[in-house]
Design a binder for this molecule. Structure first.
Ligand SMILES: [Zn+2]
Length: 463
């Protein structure tokens, strides 16, 4: 085919159609070529779809081989392989190279994916994922023929196979619907490896999206087994783990999104729980620092209770770490009653100060107030600053565990609990003397900490 250097794109395309005797319209052909450097470097083919790309091609030396794809109008009578007519255009001469036509054999089998013509998808991504899940399930492999913003066309990876699907975009919408669909696989043979390249973490994530309801999520090992049984596909543990993380973020939103909506969450919380108190602190760069919550019911309930609060922190193992500080009281039936909690970066003076300052808005600083905690320096220091009138006591349970670990004597631990819980000094002395007899060092240690810190009998108020 000989053309002038200044030929218009439409004339060029029509000339190709006429020259090759193709039965199609101008819009139905896709002209591509591989740039001369691309043959060695494996770059993607360039498309000729307007005047500019055509001029670029014509000026290129040496010119790459043209490939012309037709994918639409002929499918009623022809299959895709016929449509893919490869044209060689070298030195102005053109040879047509049409693959041998192969009749559909008896071994054609339904793909069993459940897709049908006119089925529609929210967007191209959803279609792509649905196709890939079907591929992993039914063990076949896809090859993309066209992947543009308005057309998505795939065929079976097997050269001779006649399976193919073409979806197009709905105008003025993101939706894609299946326009042409040949659902019979003529490749016949099963693929023999259990490794399917379409089983990527993203596809696994989309497949397991429904397995993460509100409650507990399945373990990675269980998911790996499900893939092996349901999809007959072997996937590495690591890939399944990434897939499960993707599934979780699809269902629950990402961690980043969670931090982003704290303000909105606080508003909703206060609206639906009147009387609640929330406080969010961000640093000078606008990043999350502290978040404090006390529900209205907790505040009302605590007002009627003994003014003894236990404070502690526990580490969060999520992506961004942090510490959860909590304050609890005890109700008349010895049940634990939450008073407030706060997410902070670490257990330090600044974070405890923030926590106690928020707490002070509804917990009055009086001599009756008693705050119990482990022996963390920051807690003690900040109580003396924020709640100067309140009394501070050591948590009996934490202290008891320390004694168990340091002195390895069950009897000492037994008498320690008896002494700590004793209401009068006589009973206390009985048990304390037994500790002194058993392990004198333990008794010295208890004396150093101070009886008023851990014993009920010596505590200045009701603990
Ligand atoms: Zn096939």
């Amino acid at each position: 085919m000989i053309v002038h250097r200044d030929i218009a794109y439409d004339d060029f395309a029509n000339k190709i159609i006429a020259c090759c005797k193709l039965k199609c319209e101008l819009e139905d052909i896709v002209i591509t070529y591989l740039h001369s450097c691309g043959e060695k470097q494996k770059t993607a083919p360039f498309k000729i779809n307007d005047q500019l790309s055509l001029s670029t091609y014509l000026e290129d030396e040496p010119r790459g081989v043209l490939r012309i794809y037709m994918v639409e109008r002929l499918v009623e009578n022809h299959n895709l392989c016929d449509d893919q007519q490869v044209l060689n255009d070298e030195c102005g001469r053109m040879n047509m190279n049409i693959p041998n036509e192969e009749r559909e054999g008896n071994h054609a089998q339904d793909d069993g994916t459940g897709f049908c013509k006119d089925m529609s998808f929210k967007n191209k991504q959803e279609l792509d994922i649905a196709l890939k899940i079907a591929c992993v399930k039914k063990d076949f492999r896809l090859k993309k023929v066209i992947n543009s913003c308005s057309v998505y066309c795939v065929k079976c990876e097997h050269l001779e196979c006649k399976w193919w699907l073409r979806a197009v975009k709905v105008e003025n919408s993101d939706r894609f619907y299946i326009k042409k669909y040949k659902k019979m696989h003529t490749c016949g043979s099963k693929h023999f490896t259990s490794h399917n390249p379409h089983a990527t973490a993203k596809v696994i994530g989309a497949y397991f999206k429904d397995r993460y309801p509100e409650g507990k999520s399945p373990s990675t090992k269980d998911l790996k087994n499900s893939i092996r049984i349901e999809l007959e596909c072997n996937v590495s543990y690591w890939k399944v783990w990434i897939g499960s993380e993707i599934a979780k973020s699809l269902v629950r939103g990402t961690h980043e999104h969670g931090y982003g909506v704290i303000d909105a969450y606080s508003h909703m919380l206060r609206t639906s729980n009147p009387g609640s108190k929330t406080a969010l602190k961000i640093d000078e760069n606008g990043r999350f620092k502290y978040f404090f919550v006390a529900y209205g019911a907790w505040i009302l309930g605590f007002a009627q209770m003994r003014k003894v609060i236990a404070v502690d922190g526990t580490y969060s193992r999520s992506k961004y770490g942090g510490v959860l500080l909590s304050a609890v009281a005890q109700d008349a039936e010895n049940h634990i009653f939450s008073v407030a909690f706060c997410i902070v970066d670490s257990e330090c003076d600044a974070s405890y100060r923030y926590f106690f300052e928020q707490l002070r808005s509804f917990v009055l600083d009086t001599p009756e107030l008693c705050i119990i905690s482990d022996k963390h320096q920051s807690i003690r220091k900040m109580i003396s600053i924020v709640f100067p009138l309140a009394h501070y006591g050591c948590c009996m349970r934490h202290f008891g565990e320390n004694i168990r670990n340091n002195f390895h004597n069950a009897s000492v631990v037994y008498h320690f609990y008896k002494a700590a819980k004793a209401y009068n000094i006589d009973v206390f002395s009985d048990h304390f003397n037994r500790i002194r007899d058993l392990v004198p060092q333990a008794a010295t240690h208890l004396e150093c900490v101070g009886f008023h810190r851990w014993s009920r009998a010596f505590f200045p108020e009701n603990r």
